[in-house]
Write a protein that binds this ligand. Structure first.
Ligand SMILES: CSCCC(=O)C(=O)COP(=O)(O)O
Ligand code: MG
Length: 225
């Protein structure tokens, strides 16, 4: 149980689900349409609009069609890379203007600091884009926590319920699976990691349904040594 690396999920694990569902998602819903209309010629935004057209199977979809698809996907909490990428761009403004701060449970902030001091490498794996992850930790209620992390993974490496995503992360980490611990509140994500031999702990912060994975109500209950 001497882990060399810990990978953590965000929503429901380091951070309250309602911060994402009640603050971030409504902010994106309110601001994405105008952001896309304004910035659609910007190469980074244009590339995501093309990715949306590919996902829709509609190469000629208008900007309005793409916006309508994005709003549907927000409502359905789809973890699609173009949506997540564009949400991250919009949230940047919200954080920078002080409209909100990233929620992090105090136990998560304290233990992540402690584990880093113990020499454990810390990584984030979230469906939110890497930009969104970095913003949440930069503008967190506990201050700028970005220096805690050695790396960030998002849906570009694969979906969180796919075994192949964890294989690709292990490849990046260059570590055997039994030296890596993955923290998440979602059993299907933990199942995928565990199939490769990665150690798992399920966070039961709120109403999450328990699974066969080892469980913790907060980060203080997680044993790493
Ligand atoms: C990175 S903050 C935004 C969270 C988000 O968009 C999301 O979909 C949460 O997914 P997670 O994999 O962290 O549960
Ligand atoms: Mg989660």
């Amino acid at each position: 149980m001497n882990y060399r690396a810990i990978i953590t999920d965000i929503e429901g694990t380091t951070s309250r689900i309602s911060f994402v569902t009640d603050i971030l998602f409504p902010y994106a819903k309110a601001h994405l349409p105008a952001f896309i209309q304004r910035e659609q010629q910007q190469p980074a935004v244009a590339a995501e609009l093309d990715a949306i057209r590919r996902l829709l199977g509609q190469p000629a979809a208008s900007t309005d069609d793409c916006i309508a698809a994005l709003l549907d996907w927000i409502a359905a909490d789809k973890k699609l890379t173009p949506l997540k990428t564009l949400q991250g761009m919009v949230w940047q403004h919200g954080y920078q203007q002080g409209h909100f701060q990233g929620h992090i449970y105090p136990d998560a902030a304290a233990q992540l600091r402690h584990w880093q001091q113990q020499g454990i490498q810390l990584y984030v794996y979230s469906s939110g884009s890497v930009q969104a992850q970095q913003l949440l930790f930069q503008y967190s209620e506990a201050g700028d926590l970005r220096s805690l992390f050695s790396g960030y993974f998002d849906t570009r490496i694969g979906a969180k319920q796919e075994i192949a995503s964890y294989a690709a992360i292990l490849q990046h980490l260059q570590l055997p699976p039994n030296q890596v611990l993955f923290l998440s509140d979602v059993p299907a994500e933990l199942d995928a990691a565990a199939k490769l031999g990665i150690a798992t702990v399920q966070l039961i912060r709120e109403q999450q349904a328990p699974s066969q994975h080892q469980r913790a109500e907060n980060f203080y209950q997680i044993e790493v040594q």
